[in-house]
Write a protein that binds this ligand. Sequence first.
Ligand code: BGC
Length: 844
Amino acid sequence: MRITNCKVNHLTDPMGYDLGKPVFSWNVCESKGRQPISSRLKILQSANTIFDSGWAQLDNLCACPDIQLYPRTRYTWSVSVKTDAGEEAKSDESYFETGRMDEAWTGKWIGCDDSEPRLPYFSKSFIQQKTVKTARLYICGLGTYEAFINGQRVGDERMTPYCNNYNAWVQYQTFDVTKMTRGAATLSVLLGNGWYKSRFGGDTSKPPFYGSSWKLLCDLILTYDDGSEETIGTDETWQVSRSNICFSGIYDGEHVDDTLPPLDIVPARLTEPPKGVLSARLSTPVRVRQEITPDLIITPAGETVLDTRQNMTGVFRLRVKEPRGNKIRLQFGEILQNGNFYRDNLRSAKAEYIYTSDGEEHVIEPKFTFYGFRFVKVEGIASLKPEDFTALVMYSEIPRTGWLSTGNGLVNQLIHNAEWGQLGNFLDVPTDCPQRDERLGWTGDAQVFAPTACYQRDCAAFYAKYLHDLYEEQKLTGGEVPVVVPSFDLNKGCSTAWGDAACIIPWTVYEYTGDKTILENQFKSMCGWVDFLDGLEKKDHGWRKHFHFGDWLALDCPKAAKGFVGATDRAFIALAYFRYSALLTSKAAQVIGDPEAHDRYLKLADSILQDIRREYFTPTGRCAVPTQTAYLLSLRHGLSTDSARIQKDLADKLTSNEDMLETGFVGTPLLCEELTKAGYADKAFKLLLNEEYPGWLYAVKMGATTIWERWNSVLPDGSISDTGMNSLNHYSYGSIVHWLYQDVAGIAPLAPGFTKAKLEPHINEALGSVKARYISASGEWRAEWTINSDKTLTYSCAVPFGCTAELLLPGKEAATLESGEYSFTCPIPEPDQDTAGKTQTPFN
Ligand code: BGC
């Protein structure tokens, strides 16, 4: 028996995070037992025990000891568990360390001449007189920063201090630099422009939205062996020199000129702090997490192009040795057109790197930008060797939790594409796309993909930061949630299904983690959004009449909507989501123990339902909006008084469209799930396995390695369908993978944190087999099925320690399983057994 996954606030050994009320979690594995009898959590500060739960019934998903934390303090902790098999085990020791909390900083904000475009290095030399026991660097630099001690990089994070509404809050990071500080040392910090200070946001022709001045604040705190402390803080004694990076921006890349002469070193100046409140970090680290060596192609147009074989997000490393003054230019694109390099779909984003050589050998690598790309056009290198180039894949810390494969190679590639859609768009903010002049935290896209994201990766800490960003925006708008978070210049206006991210994402995170603190932390945000909608709707139905994106990019789009907004009545979508948000807020109130709010939001949800029924349903339950997406919303949210009728209407609607989908961002995530629930799994599989447009496998067959923004982003002849809004790495339609985990592999949560799950696979001969592994908050679930040559089904599964499952297999009685591993053989259900309006079970 072992105790694993010991985390605080869903982070392993966090240092310098804003921990709020810390939440401890852990799992038990390899136990002979099935349930914990009791657990014991101990927290120490140095040798002193500051908390000991004693042997008690602890919630391993959300243990919230009542402890008081102090600034800059390291705590260690461990947990012991006794099981019903008489075993006892203790976890390894973990730690967490607080940041500055309310402590005052020694350093002051410093800056430099902002009219000089070369990125500044701020530095300070110092000598340590005594032996250092511990050293910590607390630092924030705007737009972005990298710190060095004696020329050696501090940590390996990229794009710090990350992306926020910098007018609301600004994050600092904490680094353990104990091993880097010995004797005489120079601390230097390079500042970049980043999101804060480069062209970024909705109107990219305007100057940077948040700021135009570089700003740096740091405290290097040295604790000596004798217990004394020394702080080296930023002030006017720091010096400013200039780097050879003469241009840097998120959309446009970087320019480095190694022939530039050094500029005079000048003293730093004191400067105004940023508007936002300086806060301990919530962002999880962005790092280079994978490297790819590309292939080299010479295109028909004679271009030298590198192909990473994978649409990805990140930067590169390139070894160069070219004559002095030689210019090397790299440009980044997602697709070739007629075999040639292409990037018109990046719109105004230049997405390039320009390097002027000093004649020496160098390894070049961008510092404060990133690209969404598969292909790189290289100019200015006499004989490029692909092994000199390494693509560096960057994304936030989101530990992998899901593994899924099937008997169908194209479906496997689709799953891969959804995984890479997440990796490419989880760079501090859940973005729509990583390549064009957008890369924004569109709330609708984030909401639609969140349940899939949570099967694939542990996103709890990542979303906690995004939801904090979201609430910060609401504080400025009186509850309204902007379409983009952080908002940049898009801080006005909202839309249904986008702003509802405020309620849907916290609830999703709660469902996946069983940690109710996300609901506690976001409750004001959830209420704020619902109250805002309520206020609007009460004023002459202001919410239904409001602007809405609607079923974005749906194929039933009327001509006048020019391919953007689907046919589903937008007011109908607005009311359905309004009700859903009210309902989730009422559920959240119940979880966090606020019966009054529970009641109030439940009543509101009920009254919206009555409104919806009055306006959109006949008394006998017929939906007046006859689209695939309207039927799907009706089913998902129980809007009709006669769901069976809507199920049939949906099936008929699909049949009359030759089983082709027409859904956009709103309808697509529900499509296969609602069909399966309605007993039309055969239709869901038909949609999945359709290899022609419109369908998921069309893109796969066209060579996609990520999810496209549009069902036909690339036409059958290989040409890109449009340049205005056409990303090849846009994860929304990747939400199909949620259905694959939940209904096809059949691991569906029945209780928050997956302490209880429904195991109900849906079998399909063309798919042949499925193998899923999901490391839930409660431990590892597995489900696997194969169709044997004798037409029987072999099914096996694993239920983690402390969990139970409801097993529903074709031809078998429903059964309750306790933790353990199981295997069954049963007949394959006849297709017509999968009848409308019923689930597959029980059959006998
Ligand atoms: C983005 C979307 C986003 C949409 C708003 C687009 O430009 O790329 O994914 O949700 O605008 O409708």
